[in-house]
Design a protein around this ligand. Structure first.
Ligand SMILES: Nc1ncnc2c1ncn2[C@@H]1O[C@H](COP(=O)(O)OP(=O)(O)OP(=O)(O)O)[C@@H](O)[C@H]1O
Length: 686
């Protein structure tokens, strides 16, 4: 049986026409029909028609197939596929309605970030045919692992052969691939999941917004619908939990820093009001040089506050669950550093708000506080600027008073002189408020946003909308200018004062700068506070709720006399005379007390000795390093004239040369103190 007969058997209705094809009558008919059609279509100009007729004749005569039957079969197959599609669509929507569970995730939520990161690591989805490529920007810490390899092989020096050249490194960073907008399916844990990624534009004007209609791109909102077969969404919940756990897998060693999102994003509320700006390694508490008792006090206080039983304790007594800290002190003394270290110790994200941010209004502040997670550290910087709006109004009143004075001045000469004096004075005493007033007059941002008033700030901190459970840290350089209302108990529960560097702090900073890397407590093992049995709200520095590790901070820097003797005796480079002094029974008698001046002298002399005996290329033991550190510390003014940040800056410029640092510190101290006295900004010695 040939193919034609077979087809005719399958399609009996076409048999008659097919039969005629055997005696070529159908072909003749079709050809006749086509030829009569050709003039109408203008066949000289239609080679397609010609080709069709040739093919028609060929299939009919050479293969014994009736082209009409083929066409009919094609049409039938098309109709069938359409029917199947329709049927599939109906069945699918029915099954979605009755046998599938969905969970929607929107892109303004953190779960979306967790899920997208997890999806981008799924081989099944990454090999999908429809993907979106995204550039990945690594932080210096993400790249750290690779860098050791890359440094060796892929970062060639520049033409001079001296400096590393990173121009190729960007090109080597692979993009991240995530499922594109549309529908995707994948298997996970023996179950089939379907993901529908949809985009919903949020700015109908194409992202125009912000100040004065300037172009401010807004992020389109996306919706991810995850579905699975079955009437329960439980497998999807497990999947989301899994994605979240994977996301936080490397988080224990990192502190996530968030700041307020752009104004446009903030408008939509929810978690999108905060944007992750950095994820950096946990700052070890030991790297913040501060009075050990103060450090332990803050640590134990926060530890108590974060205890799971504390909320109930507060609730039983009708006390709002809030804890506020005020870190005050001159610039560069470690206020921000301690806040980050605390976030690291307790494994919390840190949410940073600067009250100097011109785009931040009172409403924004309330929205931001409302969108905080249950446990977090909120770092409110520059709180001495709160109340600026109020002061601004007062200044305006002053200025209108001045205008009135003008009128009077026209009549009264003495008043005119007064006014001239006033104008001259105000020209000399130029203030930030003058700038704000000018900006306002010329339609700058302050016209839209008057800044944050004290009441606005207080409302955000403890108004009805305020989120309970967070650790609020406020920092200021000018505690004396703060309004009493802002720091009353309940808003500020513990004040921590930071000062410029003492000699002891200078010693610690020096040791930390030059200690071998392996001696730095690794960022990957943040100190974990041991849970306490029950919340003890009155905490003492030696609170038993602190772990042994935390207590080590107390012993840091309070090395006792016997240890120092040991250090001096063990230092191979120290002069014999100094070693003998270290055996002095009079000094040994001081055992148990804090380091006496005489001992300091012994150490400093030993250090100078060590320092003079070698250069920076010759190695020294940790003991010798601590002795040099002591000698360095004795050269820092004891009256706390220099900030830890300034000392750190000096040491950083000599980060491989402790001996040079010791040799040059005198000149630097002298120049810096002089510069401060002259109130100049330019440094003579750096
Ligand atoms: N007490 C300190 N211990 C260790 N490092 C410090 C200390 N104080 C300052 N530094 C170093 O100086 C730099 C600035 O410190 P930090 O930002 O914490 O100061 P700050 O008090 O918050 O300053 P500002 O008031 O200007 O915000 C950081 O690099 C930090 O490592």
């Amino acid at each position: 049986m040939d193919l034609n007969t077979l087809l005719m058997g399958a399609l009996p209705t076409l048999a008659a026409s097919s039969n005629t094809s055997s005696n070529n009558s159908t072909a003749g008919f079709t050809e006749g029909f086509m030829e009569s059609l050709a003039p109408l279509l203008g066949w000289q100009f239609n080679p397609l028609l010609k080709i069709f007729m040739v093919l028609h004749r060929l299939t009919g005569t050479h293969f014994g197939l009736d082209p009409t039957v083929i066409l009919a079969i094609g049409g039938f197959a098309w109709a069938l596929s359409k029917l199947c599609q329709q049927l599939y669509g109906t069945l699918f929507s029915l099954s979605r309605q009755y046998w599938m569970a969905d969970i929607h995730v929107n892109s303004y939520d953190d779960i979306y970030t967790h899920l997208i990161k997890w999806l981008s690591s799924q081989p099944e989805l990454v090999n999908s045919r429809s993907l979106t490529a995204e550039s990945t920007y690594m932080t210096p810490w993400d790249a750290e692992d690779q860098d050791s390899d890359i440094m060796a092989d892929h970062v060639p020096p520049d033409d001079s052969g001296i400096y590393l050249n990173f121009s190729n490194k960007e090109a080597q960073a692979p993009p991240r691939f995530i499922p594109a907008i549309g529908i995707h399916g994948f298997w996970h844990g023996g179950r089939y999941f379907r993901i529908h990624r949809k985009k919903e534009p949020v700015a109908p004007n194409g992202g125009m917004g912000g100040y004065h209609g300037s172009y401010t791109p807004t992020k389109d909102k996306e919706d991810l619908v995850i579905s699975c077969f079955g009437r329960s969404p439980e497998p999807i919940k497990k999947l989301l939990q899994h994605a979240k756990e994977q996301y936080y897998l490397d988080h224990h060693a990192m502190t996530t820093v968030k700041r307020p999102s752009s104004q446009n994003m903030r408008r939509y509320g929810g978690h999108g009001v905060w944007t992750e700006v950095a994820r950096r390694p946990v700052r070890p508490m030991g790297t913040v040089v501060l009075d050990a008792e103060q450090k332990v006090h803050v640590l134990s206080d926060i530890n108590e506050y974060l205890h799971p039983m504390t909320p109930q304790w507060y609730a039983n007594r009708g006390i709002p669950l809030r804890r506020g800290y005020l870190f005050h002190g001159p610039p560069g003394t470690g206020k921000t550093s301690l806040s980050f270290a605390l976030a690291g110790v307790f494994g919390l994200d840190i949410f940073v708000i600067s009250l100097l941010d011109p785009s931040l209004g009172e409403e924004d502040l309330a929205i931001l506080f409302n969108a905080l997670p249950r446990r977090c550290v909120v770092l409110l910087e520059d709180i001495d600027t709160a109340g600026l709006a109020r002061r601004l109004d007062a200044d305006e009143a002053d200025s209108s008073d001045a205008d009135d004075d003008d009128e009077t001045a026209k009549k009264d000469d003495s008043n005119s002189k007064k006014k001239q004096k006033k104008t001259k004075a105000s020209k000399d005493d130029w203030k930030v408020s003058d700038l704000a007033r000018e900006l306002k007059r010329h339609g700058g941002p302050s016209q839209e946003n008057k800044g944050i008033s004290l009441s606005g700030l207080l409302n955000a901190i403890d108004g009805v909308a305020s989120h309970e459970g967070r650790v609020l840290i406020m920092t200021t350089n000018k505690p004396e200018t703060l309004d009493e209302a802002l720091i009353r108990p309940g808003r500020v529960d513990l004040q921590v004062g930071f000062t410029n560097a003492t000699q002891e702090q200078a010693r610690e900073l020096f040791e930390r700068m030059y200690e071998a890397d392996h001696r730095v407590s690794p960022a990957h093992t943040p100190a974990k506070a041991t849970p306490v049995e029950s919340p003890v709200l009155v905490t003492e520095p030696s609170s038993p709720s602190l772990s042994e590790k935390d207590m080590n901070y107390v012993s840091d820097g309070s090395t006792e006399v016997e240890d120092i003797f040991e250090e001096v005796r063990a230092a191979p480079l120290a002069a014999p005379a100094i070693k003998t002094a270290a055996h002095d029974p009079k000094l040994l008698h001081q055992k148990g007390t804090k380091r006496p001046q005489l001992l300091l002298d012994v150490q400093a002399t030993a250090a100078t000795d060590i320092s003079e005996k070698g250069d920076d290329s010759s190695p020294f033991t940790p003991t010798e390093l601590s002795l040099i550190a002591v000698a360095f510390a004795t050269k820092i003014p004891p009256n706390q004239l220099l900030s830890p940040a300034e000392i750190q800056g000096f040491l950083l410029k000599r980060k491989k040369s402790p001996r040079r640092a010791l040799a040059e510190v005198d000149a630097w101290v002298k120049a810096t103190v002089q510069q401060k006295a002259n109130r100049t900004r330019l440094l003579q010695v750096q």
